[in-house]
Design a protein around this ligand. Structure first.
Ligand code: ZN
Length: 198
């Protein structure tokens, strides 16, 4: 049933496609939006389109950024010889929030999952191996402690071992299956400091 007229219904439909937005929230957001001043709605729409079109991957670490190199990769205050491997940009943000990690990152954009048909070629693994041709002392594997995260960690460590570069894994204590972004900073720091060599 189309209670609201097709344009409002369309807006509700589009909003309910967003993650975590159910039918009720979509309705609430839609009514909020149609009551906003037109210029604010325009600002919101512009910000979404600009962010989507302007975003690209850092050519070094593959995090999302709007220039060739992200602020972390282009900083000379960071230790470029230590690379922390994370599954996604949100995990990178979680570690950055601790303010204590001084190395750089590598964002895989996923994890190996035979069940979902995601293989090593589907994540930014080749790109990581290319970075290791340079001057790298340690690779810290900070993939999630889910089955996929552990599988990915094992796979990467086997690939890197022959190069002689030190490979470490963040300590458990990060809840199994837990997404890194939901874990508090103290736990993250503890996991980082308690990392063990693979
Ligand atoms: Zn970068």
């Amino acid at each position: 049933m189309d209670y609201y007229g097709s344009q409002v219904t369309k807006l509700i439909e589009e909003l309910s496609k967003l993650p975590g937005v159910g039918a009720k929230s979509a309705q609430r957001l839609a009514f909020h939006i149609i009551n906003m001043p037109p210029e604010q709605v325009q600002g919101l729409a512009d910000a979404m389109v600009k962010a989507r079109n302007g975003v690209k991957y850092c050519k070094e670490c593959f995090t999302l950024t709007d220039s060739d190199l992200c602020p972390i990769c282009s900083s000379d205050k960071r230790n470029h010889k230590v690379i922390m491997v994370v599954e996604n940009t949100r995990d990178l943000a979680a570690y950055e929030k601790t303010g204590k990690y001084e190395g750089v990152y590598h964002v895989l954009h996923g994890a190996i999952s035979p069940m979902l048909g995601i293989g090593p070629g589907d994540i930014k693994l080749k790109e990581l191996m290319q970075r290791l041709q340079g001057d790298v002392e340690e690779v810290i594997i900070a993939t999630n402690s889910s089955l996929e995260g552990e599988t990915t960690a094992m796979y990467i460590s086997k690939l890197i071992k022959p190069t002689g570069i030190k490979v470490t894994r963040i300590a458990s204590g990060v809840p199994v299956g837990g997404d890194l972004e939901y874990i508090d900073e103290v736990t993250l720091l503890r996991a980082l400091e308690g990392r063990t060599e693979l």
